[in-house]
Ligand binder design. Structure first.
Ligand code: SF4
Length: 355
C-alpha cells in the first residue's frame, strides 16, 4: 500500500499487528491482500482486516507465498496423479518419466564461461576455501596418494575443467601429480592423457563433457574401498564424516546440525550448512545442486561479488592468448545437452578402464 493509505491506517495497523508500534509501521511495507489468502494470519490475529482485505506486513508475506505455492502444488499433484496412468502407458514417455527425478536442469558449468581463470598454483588454496567437501576430499587424496581411481578422476577432472582449467593445465596438473607416485611419464602419456583429452572433447566423439551435478554424484556410482569420489555427506560413514569435519575446524554445534541433516538424508542441505559454516554466513542464499555452483558462489562471496581474478604467474601457466584460443576451440565443440549428457558419459566411462 502507498504511504498515504498507510498513514491513514497507522493506528489500526499498529494496534492489530503484533510487535508493530507506530514507528515500525512507518518503516515497514504493508501489502493489501484478499482475506481468503491470509486466513492463517487472520486466524492467529496477526493482521489488520478491513472491507474483505488483510493488511499484511512484509515480514509475514512468506506465509501468503507459501500458502499460494502449497495450493498450486497440491492442485498440480492431483492433476498429475490423474494423468499418470495414461502417460505411463506411452512407451515414448516412460523412460523420460523414470529419469525425471534424477535429472539436472541447472547450468551445465561448461568450460566456455570460466576457462583460464585459475592457475595451477592456486588449486591447493582454493581446495580449502572454495571447494565443496566432495572435491576437497578428492584433491587431498590426490595430493596424498598421487593417484585417483577412475571414478575420482572423472568427478574431479570434470569439476576442475568447470572451474576453468584449460586442457593444457589439466594435462600438466594430473601428470605432475601422477609421476610423483607409481606412474612414470611414459605410462601417463599412454594410459591417462587420452582420457583427459577425451574429457575436453578432443578425442573420441569429441563431446565437450560437463561436470557432474550433486544429483548425479549422490545417486550413481557409489564409491568402493579405495575410492574417493562420491558425496561425503551421502557416502561417508557418519563417524568418519564427523572426524573429517572436526579436522576442518567446524564447530561442534555445526557438526551436530550437519549430522542431523545427513541422518534425514538431506545431503545437499548438509552441504549448504557446511558452506555457511566455512564462509561464516547465516544464510547461503541459494539452493545448492552442483559442486561448481558451490565453487562459483564461494568465489563470489570471498571476492566481494567479483568473479575470480585472472592471475598471471611466472611459470606462464596462464596465457591470455592460449586461453582465448582454447575458449574458441571449446565453443566450436557443442556442449552436450543435459538430456544426452548422462548417456554420453556412460560411453566415456568405457575409456577409463585402468585404475
Ligand atoms: Fe559435493 Fe554436492 Fe555432495 Fe556437496 S552435496 S559434497 S557439492 S556432491
Amino acid at each position: 500500500i502507498g504511504e498515504d493509505l498507510k498513514n491513514e491506517l497507522a493506528n489500526e495497523l499498529s494496534s492489530s499487528t503484533p510487535g508493530f508500534n507506530m514507528s515500525k509501521v512507518k518503516e515497514q511495507m504493508f501489502y493489501k491482500v484478499g482475506l481468503a489468502d491470509a486466513v492463517d494470519l487472520f486466524k492467529a490475529r496477526r493482521v489488520f482486516i478491513k472491507d474483505g482485505f488483510a493488511y499484511v506486513p512484509f515480514k509475514e508475506i512468506d506465509v501468503i507465498v507459501l500458502n499460494n505455492y502449497r495450493t498450486k502444488l497440491s492442485k498440480a499433484l492431483a492433476l498429475t496423479a490423474r494423468s499418470l496412468p495414461s502417460i505411463q502407458s506411452d512407451e515414448r514417455l516412460r523412460p523420460l518419466l523414470s529419469h525425471l527425478s534424477h535429472s539436472y536442469v541447472g547450468p551445465d558449468y561448461s568450460i566456455q564461461k570460466s576457462t583460464g581463470k585459475i592457475s595451477l598454483e592456486q588449486i591447493d588454496a582454493l581446495s580449502v576455501k572454495s571447494f565443496p567437501l566432495c572435491m576437497r576430499q578428492l584433491h587431498r587424496a590426490l595430493r596424498d596418494s598421487h593417484h585417483l581411481r577412475h571414478g575420482g578422476r572423472m568427478q574431479y577432472g570434470l569439476f576442475l575443467k568447470g572451474i576453468g582449467l584449460t586442457l593444457e593445465q589439466a594435462l600438466e596438473f594430473w601428470k605432475k601429480e601422477f609421476i610423483r607416485g607409481k606412474v612414470d611419464a611414459d605410462k601417463f602419456d599412454k594410459g591417462y592423457a587420452y582420457s583427459i583429452r577425451h574429457n575436453y572433447g578432443k578425442e573420441g566423439k569429441r563431446t565437450d563433457y560437463t561436470p557432474y551435478s550433486c544429483m548425479k554424484i549422490i545417486m550413481s556410482n557409489p564409491p568402493s574401498q579405495g575410492d574417493y569420489h562420491g558425496c561425503p555427506f551421502r557416502h561417508s560413514d557418519p563417524e568418519l564424516l564427523k572426524q573429517k569435519l572436526q579436522s576442518y575446524k567446524i564447530p561442534p554445534s555445526g557438526i551436530t546440525q550437519i549430522l542431523e541433516l545427513v541422518k534425514g538424508m538431506h545431503f545437499q542441505l548438509a552441504c549448504q550448512k557446511y558452506f555457511e559454516l566455512t564462509h561464516d554466513v547465516d544464510d547461503i542464499g541459494f539452493s545448492l545442486n552442483h559442486p561448481n555452483q558451490y565453487f562459483t558462489e564461494s568465489q563470489k562471496l570471498l571476492n566481494g561479488g567479483r568473479e575470480l581474478k585472472k592471475e598471471f604467474n611466472n611459470s606462464g601457466n596462464f596465457q591470455q592468448k592460449n586461453n582465448s584460443q582454447e575458449s574458441i576451440n571449446s565453443s566450436s565443440t557443442p556442449t552436450s545437452s543435459n538430456a544426452t549428457a548422462d548417456k554420453e558419459l556412460e560411453g566415456l566411462e568405457a575409456y577409463f578402464t585402468e585404475d
